[in-house]
Design a protein around this ligand. Structure first.
Ligand SMILES: *[C@@H]1O[C@H](CO)[C@@H](O)[C@H](O)[C@H]1NC(C)=O
Ligand SMILES: *[C@@H]1O[C@H](CO)[C@@H](O)[C@H](O)[C@H]1NC(C)=O
Ligand SMILES: *[C@@H]1O[C@H](CO)[C@@H](O)[C@H](O)[C@H]1NC(C)=O
Ligand SMILES: *[C@@H]1O[C@H](CO)[C@@H](O)[C@H](O)[C@H]1NC(C)=O
Ligand SMILES: *[C@@H]1O[C@H](CO)[C@@H](O)[C@H](O)[C@H]1NC(C)=O
Ligand SMILES: [Fe+2]
Length: 532
């Protein structure tokens, strides 16, 4: 079935889309002290170097054979958002600074260990360091426990961040409501969260999927719709947070506004982070020396080097958003795993080296066999750049990683892969494409019941606007695609069943524009997938 309604004349504003070469994979180095030390941490963290480009031209030549096929699923013509997407102005209500001197702001939490007995509490104080202590407890009026965190700062071009606090609270009881308080003096702020349930094979849990959120009016609607779901317990965030890098000098004030914007949810529910291309913040052109001394000669080499621009990748992201990467044996914050309820969640990094021999490759190779489907039946992978994407945006950017890892995903029967990056919605059938060996010509995706479903939810609503241009005809692997903003919900019922829905913004949270029952790949392979 193929529904193709071409909307010809509408002059839809779609601003620049970044095309980031998949071979631009880097390897960052991270001093151990950054995560283990106490007190102030220097903002010059880590050196970086460029990794070898392991995939390069070879993979660029591998084409998904979709040309000439026309037996795909549904291409919804419902482009709900035709007008330009703009960021909320700095004086918007959602960006308001909380009252009180040096009040904690941009509060957010994420799971702090492998199985959900720890939580990382993060916040920013603008005027002075203040306190990095978190008071917490299960009785709102008696926060009898406390933990001491650390704070860090960074500079980005001519921006200097506030004091970014991170405090891990541990030994939490499962499935328990905890209250916590941060800040001092007249600016103490209180929040709460419910700790994840004990990991087990039939533990139900409801995840929200949000990607490419940004801070536009549409982003605000996406977040509000997600929030209106009374069952959602944690957000699996698919990368591209603030889009601060779209502003001159990557104006990091927009990282601060984003932190204040999402606080209303991220302070109460763990958000599990995936790094996207808008987190890279690699800007060698932002050189103070180029600005001030352009054309002059005789500048000292060392000075020149030290002022060569913003070349430490992921600098704002890694200072602000921590991940519990060490507890899953990862050596970098960009790829890691956690267990939540009955799910084993693996986060992979589209913008870190993933070729053979790279740290991420070795980690994932060791990680997949560790997944115990008797304990965590659901195997979910998060990444930023999708492998199966039939829009004309970021086309095939995920291809080289697909070639590296797809056969593993089949071998270990991954249930579902969630990605962002493309600012639209798409869901695939269960397909694989691993038969190609350079000479056999077998490069078409084929139906495969061992394969995950690939879902792109890059439709959070950021200022770049919607991806509306789809490849035609719809490839056979694509079950449903639509250019609308929205979010998704993955609702695990037990070891065999999970219910998935996608909610386009215009209908609110109550209406599911696309939905599907997931039958677990390990526990219920006999049943096939069925779109409802
Ligand atoms: C940073 O530099 C830009 C360009 O010179 C300027 O517009 C902006 O106000 C500066 N920001 C700060 C915080 O100094
Ligand atoms: C953002 O959404 C919230 C919740 O719906 C609303 O209260 C607020 O006014 C919105 N702000 C803007 C700038 O749209
Ligand atoms: C997998 O999990 C089950 C259920 O918790 C447990 O009995 C079993 O020992 C685990 N297997 C391994 C290899 O750890
Ligand atoms: C859609 O993308 C294709 C491939 O990049 C391009 O040839 C075509 O002109 C685009 N169509 C529109 C309406 O932008
Ligand atoms: C698992 O959940 C599904 C959907 O709610 C239900 O139909 C099924 O009976 C459940 N299985 C068991 C063993 O409880
Ligand atoms: Fe992206």
């Amino acid at each position: 079935m193929l529904l193709l309604l071409l909307r010809a004349a509408s002059a839809r504003a779609y601003s620049t889309v970044f095309f980031l070469s998949p071979s631009a994979s880097y390897l960052t180095r991270w001093p151990v002290a950054w995560r283990t030390g106490e007190g102030v941490i220097d903002w010059q963290m880590g050196r970086w170097r460029q990794a070898p480009r392991p995939l390069g031209l070879l993979l660029a030549a591998i084409l998904v054979g979709i040309v000439g096929r026309c037996d795909g699923g549904i291409s919804s013509a419902y482009v709900r958002k035709a007008e330009k997407t703009i960021d909320m102005p700095l004086d918007s209500d959602v960006f308001r600074v909380p009252p009180g001197y040096n009040a904690p702001q941009q509060v957010h939490i994420t799971q702090g260990d492998l199985d959900g007995t720890a939580m990382i509490i993060s916040w920013v104080t603008e005027d002075e360091p203040g306190s990095s202590e978190v008071l917490y407890g299960t009785d709102e009026n008696n926060l009898d426990l406390s933990a001491e965190g650390i704070y860090t700062r960074y500079k980005f071009y001519n921006y200097t961040s506030g004091y970014i606090h991170h405090c891990t609270i541990s030994n939490l009881k499962h499935d328990t409501k905890y209250y916590y308080a941060i800040g001092i003096g007249d600016a103490i702020r209180k929040f709460w969260f419910i700790s994840p349930p004990e990991v087990g094979p039939d533990v139900p849990y409801t995840f929200g999927l949000i990607g490419d959120l940004g801070q536009s009016y549409d982003s605000n609607i996406t977040l509000a719709h997600y929030e209106s779901n009374p069952n959602a317990q944690a957000v699996l965030f698919l990368g591209d947070l603030s889009y601060a890098d779209k502003y001159p000098y990557h104006d990091n004030v927009r990282w601060d506004t984003w932190g204040r914007f999402v606080e209303r949810n991220a302070a109460y529910q763990p958000w599990i982070w995936t790094a996207g291309n808008h987190e890279i913040d690699y800007a060698p052109e932002l050189s103070i020396i180029h600005q001030s001394f352009q054309g002059e000669t005789g500048i000292d080499d060392t000075l020149y080097q030290s002022l060569q621009g913003e070349t430490i990748q992921f600098k704002p992201y890694t200072h602000r958003y921590w991940t519990p990467f060490e507890s899953s044996g990862s050596t970098e914050p960009y790829w890691y795993s956690i267990k939540m309820a009955s799910a084993h969640i693996i986060v992979v990094a589209s913008y870190s080296a993933y070729g053979r021999y790279s740290p991420q490759f070795k980690w994932l190779e060791a990680e997949l066999p560790k997944v115990n489907r008797s304990l965590t039946p659901w195997l979910i992978v998060l990444m930023h750049a999708p492998w199966y994407n039939s829009y004309n945006y970021h086309y095939m950017e995920g291809e080289s990683m697909r070639v590296m890892y797809e056969s593993w995903f089949l071998k270990y029967k991954v249930d579902v892969v969630f990605a962002g990056h493309v600012h639209a919605y798409e869901r695939s059938y269960r397909v694989s494409n691993i038969a190609y060996n350079i000479v056999n010509g077998k490069c078409d995706p084929v139906p495969d019941e061992s394969a995950p479903v690939y879902i792109t939810v890059g439709d959070g609503g950021n200022l770049e606007g919607l991806a509306t241009n789809m490849t035609q005809p719809q490839p056979s692997y694509s079950a449903f695609r639509e250019s609308s903003f929205g979010h998704a919900i993955f609702e695990i019922k037990n070891r065999t069943h999970a219910y998935y829905t996608w909610h386009r913004n215009d209908d609110g949270n109550a209406v599911a524009a696309d939905s599907m029952w997931f039958y677990n790949r390990y526990w219920q392979t006999a049943e096939t997938t069925s779109a409802v």
